[in-house]
Design a binder for this molecule. Structure first.
Ligand code: SF4
Length: 162
């Protein structure tokens, strides 16, 4: 099961370059970032993110072209299943902000954008060149993963997300 925090859902333009993104905060984070900026997301809070909930979110947020899972929870198979549902039924890109340093190949195959790397305060967030985090833009046919992290440095924006 994947759960999200409905009241924190928002449409953003900073998190994924060139995209208008519907972002949902996923709870049950299994990360352990020192200086975690959202410790409440480690708890089992919020509501289940189902296909029906996704339908409602798109009805309430018309016009987005990307859906972002801010966190991955503890059920990898289910979040991949939900990503597939979003792609098939909504025809938009799907993105994942993972707090892990490395993710499975199946994650790269399921998403169009994948951010990896825990939040490390001394390294800084995505918008500074010292960051340990990386955002990849995925092409699926043929497969490639392009590191587009430097797009944040040029824009100087502050995603301030895990
Ligand atoms: S991934 Fe985000 S929510 Fe999870 S421990 Fe790290 S900073 Fe906190």
């Amino acid at each position: 099961m994947i759960k999200y925090v409905p009241e924190m859902t928002s449409v953003v333009i900073e998190e994924i370059p060139d995209m208008v993104t519907l972002a949902v905060e996923i709870s049950n984070c299994k990360g352990n970032c020192i200086g975690c900026h959202s410790p409440f997301l480690k708890n089992d809070i919020g509501e289940e993110l189902t296909e029906e909930a996704i339908d409602r979110l798109f009805e309430e947020n018309f016009g987005v072209n990307c859906f972002l899972f801010l966190g991955e929870g503890r059920d990898l198979a289910r979040i991949i299943e939900l990503a597939g549902y979003v792609k098939r039924s909504k025809g938009v890109a799907v993105a994942l902000y993972s707090g892990r340093t490395e993710v499975e190949d199946e994650v790269f195959r399921a998403f169009d954008y994948v951010k990896v790397g825990p939040y490390i305060a001394e390294a800084g967030p995505l918008n500074v060149p010292t960051t340990n985090q990386r955002l990849y833009k995925i092409s699926h046919n043929p497969f490639s993963a392009e590191d587009i992290t430097s797009r944040f440095w040029r824009k100087g924006i502050d995603p301030n997300r895990s």
